[in-house]
Ligand binder design. Structure first.
Ligand code: AMP
Length: 305
């Protein structure tokens, strides 16, 4: 059970040396360390990861860093919401011990050139649409793992492919951390919580519901016995098109490898990326939940039961 951090303001550190000293002291005191990497502009989705971390760990580090290297040219890096004071307010009652909110210059020195090279599940879908994205994600996540040296790290299934890429990296590079993937937190009407939802006008916010509706339809069709992926994807596209969503991809893939499927005969995930106005949103749903190997547990690698 957690022994520290509950209902007190977390310590906020901006410098690597301070972070390392605090984590070293926690480890010396025998604490289990959990890290929740975020880009800030926190919502209940992020906070659910903190809650999960508090179940298993007794020193929780939340990182808040809008990582420039995972944004491509023309993406929303400069306008991405930055709300540190509010984020700390939201984290305080959730029992976070330390918030690490570095400047980019503390993370990427002037001579920084090294990146993680990815293959396999990093290449399709988001990897197609945003070719430099996952190298940026994997590199910052590996750096944060090296800085914090957590026992466990918490990611959201909202970013299904990202979680899979991180789990693959951890397994392939023998990174000594347990990756735990937590369920997507949604608004009451089904919209997946996202820091980017603040970009949506009220009218776009309504149209954005087409993503979760299209995923629900996929689940319904499967429940009624439709196993043909092309048929399900076509119906999903119709829901998105009716809301004037500009589709980047609609995919149904193996939830353990992210290989595209033509027929649903095992653990599967439906994934969508679509633009509502200027805002690019992603969402996904596990299909055939209950299949022992995939659904509910996140992609390959260590997972929470
Ligand atoms: P971000 O700040 O968008 O980089 O997200 C930080 C972490 O929070 C990632 O592991 C995300 O997958 C996770 N996350 C974001 N939105 C949600 C959500 N609605 N439900 C659960 N986890 C989420």
């Amino acid at each position: 059970m957690p022994t520290s951090g509950s209902h007190t303001s977390p310590r906020i550190v901006h410098e690597i040396a301070e972070l390392k000293a605090a984590v070293r002291a926690a480890r010396a005191a025998g604490r289990q360390i959990g890290v929740v990497p975020t880009m800030g502009a926190l919502h209940e989705g992020h906070l659910s990861l903190v809650d999960a971390a508090r179940q298993d760990c007794d020193f929780i580090v939340a990182t808040i860093f809008v990582n420039p290297t995972q944004f491509g040219p023309g993406e929303d890096f400069s306008k991405y919401p930055r709300t540190l004071a509010r984020d700390v307010e939201l984290l305080s009652p959730r029992g976070v011990d330390l918030v690490f909110a570095p400047e980019a210059s503390a993370i990427y020195g002037p001579e920084h050139v090294t990146k993680v090279i990815l293959d396999g599940p990093a290449l399709s879908l988001e990897g197609d649409a945003r070719p430099t994205h996952f190298a940026g994600v994997a590199t910052i996540v590996l750096k944060l793992f090296n800085l914090v040296q957590p026992d466990r790290a918490y990611f959201g299934r909202k970013d299904f492919q990202q979680a899979m890429v991180v789990q693959r990296m951890v397994a392939d590079l023998d990174v000594p951390v347990e990756v735990i993937v937590c369920p997507t937190v949604r608004e009451p009407d089904g919209l997946a919580m996202s820091s980017r939802n603040v970009y949506l006008s009220p009218e776009e916010r309504r149209r954005a519901l087409s993503l979760s509706q299209s995923l629900s339809l996929a689940k319904q069709l499967l429940a009624r016995g439709e196993l043909n992926v092309a048929t399900i994807q076509q119906r999903m596209r119709e829901v998105l098109a009716a809301a004037d969503a500009e589709i980047d991809y609609v995919a149904i893939c193996s939830s353990t490898t992210l290989a595209p499927l033509t027929h649903i005969d095992g653990p599967a995930v439906a994934l969508i990326a679509a633009r509502i106005g200027k805002t690019r949103l992603i969402d996904n749903e596990l299909l055939n939940e209950g299949t022992p190997d995939g659904p509910g547990k996140g992609p390959a690698g260590p997972r929470k039961g």
